[in-house]
Design a protein around this ligand. Sequence first.
Ligand SMILES: NC(=O)CC[C@H](N)C(=O)O
Length: 233
Amino acid sequence: MKAAILVFPGINRERDMARALRLISGHEPAMVWHAETSLPAGTDLVVVPGGFSYGDYLRCGAIAARAPVMDAVRDYAAKGGLVLGVCNGFQILCESGLLPGVLMRNARLKFICKDVHLRVERSDTPFTRGYNAGQVIRVPVAHGEGNYEADEETIKRLEGEGRVLYRYCSAEGVVDEANNINGAAHSIAGIVNDKGNVLGMMPHPENHVEDIMGCTDGRGLFAGLTAHLDRAA
Ligand SMILES: NC(=O)CC[C@H](N)C(=O)O
């Protein structure tokens, strides 16, 4: 695996992401500053990490989406390259047009920082192959704008094409409004683009990868990506 982690002013999860990737894939990721106009040669995974790019001004991710490096990411994704966006990274991918929809203020207008449960909807994708379909995992969230919304037609397409990969649920896997922490449409926590090579998700799998974190449920995502990329190499 040759991962590249994008770094924007105000991002604060890039080291957590680097640690998780190093730990699980065994490879050191490259850190790529937002002003770069190209990605390191041979990059096979681009990660857009979480944080507060540009202080969340305008709308979370709106300014970062216009950074020079995002043109290179758009080209890379158009050629089928894998892109993973977590939290602010998900917001940046939506704002840059790489994913449909938008992340709005949480329904109760409060920043939410806690562990949540997610149901993994399918296991036949590079981003979920480390899990079983229907598996419930526990990972933390930390966001103020995680309420995923899109027009009715887009939501219908996402559902019809099986592009919702992660959904908020109870510890038992029940998806309902009581467990929909931020009010997202259809309890959506993570989606992929139409080609299936770009994933955006609000929760932070990189923060549940070691025993010392109290849970290792996030490992499956990185283990799945590693297995997918090692097989392709
Ligand atoms: N942890 C994060 O990436 C936070 C994302 C964004 N700043 C928000 O509050 O919604």
